[in-house]
Design a protein around this ligand. Structure first.
Ligand code: DX5
Ligand code: ZN
Length: 223
């Protein structure tokens, strides 16, 4: 299970997104793109037009994190504009299975996101419809928040569920991730690490990203 790094452009300079993506292109495996609609979360970011422009300006696969109402309606459209992975919040979805199938039918990979207060257990039986599970380690909406350590058991539970079902599913963590918290999440079974502030607010984003990835990889190798 190699560690994958997904720098979050939420913490980047939105006036220079292509340059910011280029700064991390040597170390990032994915570029994490947070879509917020000011309804599901109290913040507003970007939509398909910006995703399409980003896709044209970077070779990195785009890891879309939809924090929006009615993802059933909007999720597949993000594949059309260039997303490789489209993750939506199960709390907002009317029919998560149908939405996952629509993302896959459009040629994308589907992800299931859980807010900190949302348990995994009710969704284990639909995990086979997904390519990734995202365990939020902060309340979604803003970068720069403190990691919620109480989420580590949920990460471990998700890894156990994925293993028990013998599925090839990535397990992503997002929120307050730095070298230290990435290692703790890796020990719990995470293999995709989103980092916003810890990468883009560093003097050298590529070096900061490399340090996070190395810490996670060391922890994963020791599991
Ligand atoms: C928060 C977003 C995160 C955010 C993480 O709702 O989903 O992707 O960019 O930022 P950091 O790493 O600064 O906590
Ligand atoms: Zn995110």
């Amino acid at each position: 299970m190699p560690a994958k790094l997904a720098p979050s452009i939420l913490s980047a300079d939105f006036a220079r997104l292509a340059d910011e993506a280029a700064r991390v292109s040597g170390v990032a495996d994915l570029l994490h793109v947070d879509v917020m609609d000011n309804h599901f979360v109290p913040n507003l970011t970007l939509g398909p037009v910006v995703v399409e422009a980003l896709h044209r300006s970077t070779a990195l696969p785009l890891d879309l994190h939809l924090m929006i109402e009615d993802p059933d309606r909007w999720a597949p459209g993000y594949v059309e504009v260039g997303a490789s992975l489209v993750t939506f919040h199960v709390e907002a979805a009317n029919d998560p299975v149908q939405t996952a199938r629509a993302i896959r039918a459009a040629g994308g990979r589907a992800g299931l996101a859980l807010k900190p207060g949302t348990p995994l257990a009710p969704y284990t039986e639909i995990l086979n419809e997904f390519d990734m599970v995202l365990v939020m380690t902060v309340e979604p909406g803003f970068g720069g928040q403190a990691f919620i350590a109480e989420m580590l058991p949920k990460v471990a539970e998700a890894r156990r569920a994925i293993a028990a079902l013998d599925l090839d599913i990535w397990l992503e963590v997002d929120g307050g991730i730095n070298a230290d918290t990435a290692a703790r999440c890796a020990e719990a079974g995470a293999d995709v690490f989103v980092a916003g502030n810890a990468v883009f607010h560093a003097d050298d984003p590529a070096a900061a990203g490399a340090a996070i990835k190395a810490a996670a990889a060391r922890a994963l190798a020791a599991v």
